[in-house]
Structure formats: C-alpha cells, structure tokens
Design a protein around this ligand. Structure first.
Ligand code: FES
Length: 288
C-alpha cells in the first residue's frame, strides 16, 4: 500500500517532466522523428521510375534536422535598422491644416448656444430693469401740489394716473396723528404733503378697483371689496387695505416710486374715520 502511495506521485512527476521536455524540444526546433516503414516503401517505389532514382533520398530525420537548423538560423538572424538620423518634429501649421468638420460643428454649436443665452439674458435684464421712460415701475414726477389738488377736484375726489396705474387722493391733515402711528416713513412723506398714492389692483384677486363718486370710496366690481378714500379696507373679501407706493416730496412736487409697492394696512385700520358718503356703486360685499 505504501509503495503505491509513493509510486503514484513519482509517476505523475515523471510524466510531467516528459511532457515538459517534449514541449521544450518542439519550441526549440529540436524535435525529430522517423518515417514509418510503409511511408519509406511508398517513397522508394515512387522514385524507382524517375531519373534521380540512383540518388539516395535523405532520411526523414535528416530532413527534419535540416529544417530545424534553418528555422534556428532565421530566428537568430539580426535585422539591422537603416542608418537614418532622427528628424526634429515640427508642429503643423494650423493655417494649413484648417478646421475639420467636427471642429466646425462644435464651434457652431457653442456659438449658437452662446448667442441664444446672451439674447435671453439681455431680454430678461431689459424686462426686469426698472423703466426709466417714466412708465409703471419707475419713479414718477406726479406734479406740483396745486396740479394734483386740481386733478383730484376735477375727478370728484379721485385723480387717476394711468402711467403709474395708481390713484392719488387727498389725505386729511386732521388724521395725520393716527397715520404717524400706523404708516411707514415712505408712505408718510406723501401723507404729510396731503396725498396718498394707491395701487389700482384689488388685493383680493387683482381686479382694477374703480372709484365710486357717490360713496366716495373705492369699490371693486369683482367681489365687492370696498376701501375708503385713502385705501383702508371697509368691506368685502379683501384681506387688507389697498397696496400703495413709496412717496417723496421735492419742494412742492410729489414724486411716486411705482417700482416699490408697500402692502396695504391690515383690516381694522381706519385712520380717517370716513364712512360712505352716499349710495354704494357695488351691491354686496358686506363686512368680512
Ligand atoms: S378682486 Fe376685488 S373683491 Fe375680489
């Protein structure tokens, strides 16, 4: 039993050595073999009728050895490189190369994209930039106090300025004390001069709010919200008083910045105490 255990590994090792030796000889071209007897007899009978029959044919071993020698000589032959001096690299001239199609397409796409973005940017800046032409969004020179008072009088208590989308009405000087406790400085600047500048847009859902000459209030035709003459909420679904603009006084001239909107006063603010002075123009819109 012990002999078998020892013999098997020895046989495996010997077989491996034999296989490796054969492979090595094939690789180095040293492998030779012998022609079988039938092959030799066939070659001899085929050569018998030819003129070189008298010449002894080389054996198979001799042929294989000569081939192996030729192969070895070819593999060890040294190939000499032609004796040429290296040439210094010269970068190609871009003018000569020109622009290939891929470069042309890439540059075209970048150019078109850049142009589109630039156009969009200019349009957005132009849209957002405060207008300097005197329209809505800019600081308006409304007029002198006399001119404004005249316009208010001509309008039955209300002066409308379409370029500012605003109403200008008189603020009673007797109510200034209350106003100073309620409104901010930018609003008070106009009030001290006797005016309020109100945004025409209803704070409920945005309808344009017209004046009502009979009640001397503003009354929204959409859902019946009502505001007194200085834009304080009196009735309807509006969540606060009318929004208004920043005002400035320059000498006896009123300036209104329609680019800055100030939220209207909260529900309950009633600095002037003005009640409806006549029939309402819009029915409904009871207190909410
Ligand atoms: S939009 Fe004016 S009350 Fe609704």
């Amino acid at each position: 039993m012990n002999v078998i255990i020892i013999a098997i590994p020895v046989l495996v090792v010997l077989a491996a050595i034999l296989l490796l030796g054969n492979a090595r000889r094939r690789d180095t071209g040293e492998a030779v073999g012998a022609l079988s007897r039938e092959t030799v007899e066939r070659d001899r009978s085929a050569r018998a009728g030819r003129a070189d029959a008298a010449v002894e044919a080389p054996s198979g071993r001799a042929v294989e050895q000569s081939v192996a020698v030729e192969r070895r000589a070819a593999s060890t032959a040294v190939v000499t490189r032609p004796d040429t001096n290296p040439v210094a690299w010269v970068p190609p001239d871009p003018e000569i190369i020109g622009v290939n199609r891929r470069q042309f397409l890439n540059r075209s796409m970048v150019g078109v994209s850049s142009f589109s973005l630039a156009t969009l940017g200019v349009a957005m800046v132009g849209f957002l930039w405060p207008s300097s032409s005197g329209g809505f969004g800019s600081k308006l020179r409304v007029g002198s106090f006399d001119e404004i008072n005249q316009k208010i009088s001509d309008g039955g208590g209300f002066a409308y300025y379409p370029e500012g989308r605003m109403w200008v009405t008189a603020y009673p000087q007797a109510a200034l004390d209350k106003a100073r406790n309620t409104y901010s400085a930018p609003e008070l600047a106009g009030m001290e001069a006797g005016f309020v500048a109100l945004y025409q847009k209803c704070v409920h859902l945005g309808c344009r709010v017209p004046q009502c000459l009979t009640s001397q209030w503003f009354e929204c035709p959409c859902h019946g919200s009502k505001y007194n003459q200085v834009g304080e909420k009196k009735a309807g679904p509006a969540p606060r008083g009318l929004d208004r603009f920043v005002t400035e006084v320059d000498g006896n001239v009123l300036l209104v910045n329609t680019g800055v909107i100030i939220q209207g006063p909260p529900i309950g603010v009633n600095t002037t105490g003005q009640e409806a002075e006549g029939p309402a123009c819009i029915t409904g819109g009871g207190n909410h």
